[in-house]
Design a protein around this ligand. Structure first.
Ligand code: PRT
Ligand code: ZN
Length: 293
């Protein structure tokens, strides 16, 4: 284990190969960090920042960050919570979204949480599962800890029910299981070590956080352009849920203008129909790479 903060590079732990890998890399690239082939090496230097990536199993990330071996980590909230890791959660990132859920055989005898008294439950998340039953006041539950293929445990009669991560629900369905309750909501988190960091590293982390915020805002926004009669501009301005006043530019045709602005993506279709009714035409929506408001 390295001496704390002896390295000048900001070291970031990410999952080597799994559900979070590509999205984490594309987020890092999206905020301007450049890497050479990250699939071939365990430790990858960033080409344009004093950053290096350590590619490891997701289960190891909370501990590496807690111990200060890595300064930052991108990892599921489920893993951080299960490990009860002593790390600082900087922010949630809306990918790797899933939930830890309690599931039972479809036509079995367990219908409510109270029915778990004296039952066996298979899971890879013994801590979160035990906490859940303690909170519900169900004391007599045996937890069978499995590292994978948890969904098959009831059919093998290893357990009466399971608690496992669910995203689409397809795996539960395919195994004749139904969700009874949600134990924990999860998404990917950016976590930081609680060990002291140099000013330089902290400044780099702050810069990354600001860029992540800009990247997220950009992903949720669209650049919208339209043409309209000058007389329609006041009405169009009222309709636009833009963050700033729109740009209005004269067109070659007399009395016509172009209106440009940025709007939240979820308002686009509703707003577009109203803009058209207000006299706008040639409405174009474009994705935005990144933005700092
Ligand atoms: O090798 P390593 O240990 O790094 O990887 P891993 O196999 O432990 O993890 P991986 O890549 O499967 O998952 C990494 C992280 O992705 C998890 O810790 C969660 O934070 C997040 N995540 C998001 C999920 C899912 N969605 C998910 N659906 N992790 C696992 N699943 C599994 C679940 O366990 C079940 O088997 O997918 C199945 C259910 O999916 P649905 O869509 O059928 O409901
Ligand atoms: Zn894992």
């Amino acid at each position: 284990m390295r001496t704390l903060d002896s390295s000048t590079s900001l070291r970031i732990a990410i999952q080597k190969s799994g559900r979070l890998t590509d999205k984490t890399i594309s987020l890092l690239e999206g905020i301007g960090l450049k890497f050479d082939d990250y699939k071939r090496s365990l430790l990858v230097k960033c080409r344009n920042f004093d950053v290096e990536l350590l590619l490891i199993r997701d289960d190891d990330i909370p501990e590496y960050v807690e111990d200060g071996v890595c300064d930052l980590g991108f990892v599921g909230a489920n893993t951080v919570a299960e490990d009860q890791a002593d790390v600082k959660i900087l922010r949630g990132l809306d990918y790797g979204v899933c939930r830890l859920a309690l599931a039972v055989p479809k036509n079995g005898s367990i219908k409510t949480t109270g029915d778990f008294e004296g039952k066996k439950i298979a899971t890879s998340y013994p801590v979160l599962t035990r906490n859940y039953f303690e909170d519900k006041g169900v004391k007599n539950v045996s937890i069978v800890t499995l590292s994978g293929s948890v969904e098959i445990a009831p059919r093998l009669q290893i357990a009466d029910a399971i608690s496992d991560l669910v995203s689409t629900g397809g795996t539960l369905k395919a195994n004749g299981l139904v969700e009874l309750d949600k134990i924990f909501d999860s998404e990917t988190q950016l976590v930081q070590t609680n060990k002291p960091l140099s000013e330089g590293k902290q400044a780099l982390i702050d810069k990354m956080l600001q860029r992540i915020e800009g990247h997220k805002t950009a992903a949720e926004s669209r650049y919208i352009m339209m043409n309209a009669p000058e007389a329609a501009v006041p009405k169009i301005k009222d309709l636009l849920p833009s963050m700033k006043s729109p740009t209005v530019m004269p067109l070659a045709d007399d009395g016509m203008v172009a209106v440009h602005t940025v709007i939240p993506i979820d308002t686009f279709w509703e707003v577009m129909e109203k803009l058209k009714a207000a006299g706008a035409s040639d409405i174009v929506m474009l994705p935005i790479e990144s933005m700092i408001v």
